[in-house]
Design a protein. Structure first.
Lengths: 236, 236
DNA sequence: TTTAATTTTTAGCCTTGTCTAAAAATAAAT
DNA sequence: ATTTATTTTTAGACAAGGCTAAAAATTAAA
């Protein structure tokens, strides 16, 4: 039902909201979609009229339940297609965004679910970002993931180390990391897999070298919004 | 470059022209795309302005070289996606048209060529219609195809029979079919694979039962516009 | 707290694609 | 050869999205 343009706005808002449920400014959305604030303002009104965002004049927008669901579906399609492009068509991870940007607008639940099954119900896209399930929520990440493979923007807790050697544990001490440390992956550098993370509620971001990320087991520390992909919604 | 709407018009015109290079009427196009003749008339003018059709006022349109190429690319994408949906996502042949109708508008040469390779450079879509190659022309059909597997709308010639038993040959005689008979497949009935064909330049169409179609070897009788898929344009 | 800077919205215009109703051209039929 | 029927185009409107320039509201600064 929503047009391509509308879908792009919804996606942008979801991206800018990103966990925190606070409002997103018109200008921020405008920059994200590459339109002028004027055009965006008009669009925000339209999205509000259709019940996809709450729009408080002069104070930005926030996705409604319905809007959030729509946006998550778009994100789901985007990331599934990225997986397809990389896993089956041999694209590199950095060539797929643009194409997935088009494919994501093909709106067929049947298609999406079958593609999902074809890909083996992947949890992460080629950039390491989580893929929403058919219920519009992120799938549960396997308990104990390597930090190197954890999706971004999830609250994580360090639950173990792969290599318990003295040198590594001492290094962790220097970094201020211990069992129970809480962190979130902000960014993943494609070049070497090093991660930009933020610990606990600290404001500062920190870089973790690949060698560290590959030796840390993490788990989600905030399981509340996570629902395991229900059988009944699975295709086939 | 062309919009989705424009692509749909080009596709409709290609479909209506269908081999014969004569002009297509505004009303016919309108019906095909599901628009009014008025809207279509306006669109024909726009297509003419952009050099995709020759538009003779009151006498319909004909695709230009450029327009034909665009339309063939759309058809290529459509039919490749149909193959993908059936071969890899487990759709039935009669469920894929609508979805392919959307996928065909994702315009990326890289994507299309890689998909083509992934599918094994198929010659026919799930309905038995020929898939254009990356050069915008139909690929050469393998010399000697079973009539049952030949694409529609090609000039074919009967070059052999599979089962040379007396009964079958006598039956061919009754049907007026012999070596060298020229025919074109008009329609393929999905139910049992029986074909509606037109012999030579005869106006009347004729139904051929599956048992006959599966025992006749045919070849293209008009190889002029057929160019074998060139290596250089193949991906990977 | 009043002025300055920034952000958001409004106003007005444009393009694409669509429609209906009416006019013009072509084709068919008497 | 005219009238009748059909097809195509034009005219005029509308909705979605987009832009620029200007006005209004909010935030920051002096």
């Amino acid at each position: 039902m929503p047009t391509v343009s509308v879908e792009n706005y919804l996606k942008a808002i979801l991206h800018l909201q990103d966990g925190d449920g606070d409002r997103v400014s018109t200008t921020a959305v405008a920059e994200k979609v590459g339109a002028t604030p004027a055009s965006t303002s008009a669009m925000m009104t339209r999205l509000g009229d259709r019940g996809w965002v709450e729009h408080e004049r002069y104070y930005g927008v926030r996705l409604t339940e319905k809007g959030q669901r729509l946006a998550m579906d778009i994100l789901r399609r985007h990331r599934l297609w990225e997986r397809f492009l990389v896993d089956h068509l041999g694209f590199e991870w950095d060539q797929v965004h643009e194409i997935a940007e088009e494919l994501e607008h093909v709106d067929s639940v049947e298609l999406t679910n079958r593609l999902d099954a074809f890909l083996g119900f992947p949890k992460l896209d080629p950039h390491g970002d989580a893929i929403p399930g058919p219920n519009g929520r992120f799938r549960s990440v396997a308990a104990r993931t390597l930090l190197a493979e954890a999706p971004r923007n999830l609250d994580l807790v360090v639950v173990g180390v792969v290599d318990g050697g003295d040198a590594f544990l001492r290094h962790l001490g220097v970094l201020g990391i211990e069992l129970g440390s809480r962190l979130t992956v902000i960014e993943r550098h494609a070049f070497d897999g090093s991660l930009v993370v933020r610990f606990d509620n600290s404001e500062e971001q920190q870089l973790l070298a690949p060698g560290v990320c590959e030796r840390l087991w993490v788990d989600q520390s905030n399981p509340s919004p996570v629902i395991v992909f229900p059988e009944s919604e699975s295709p086939n």
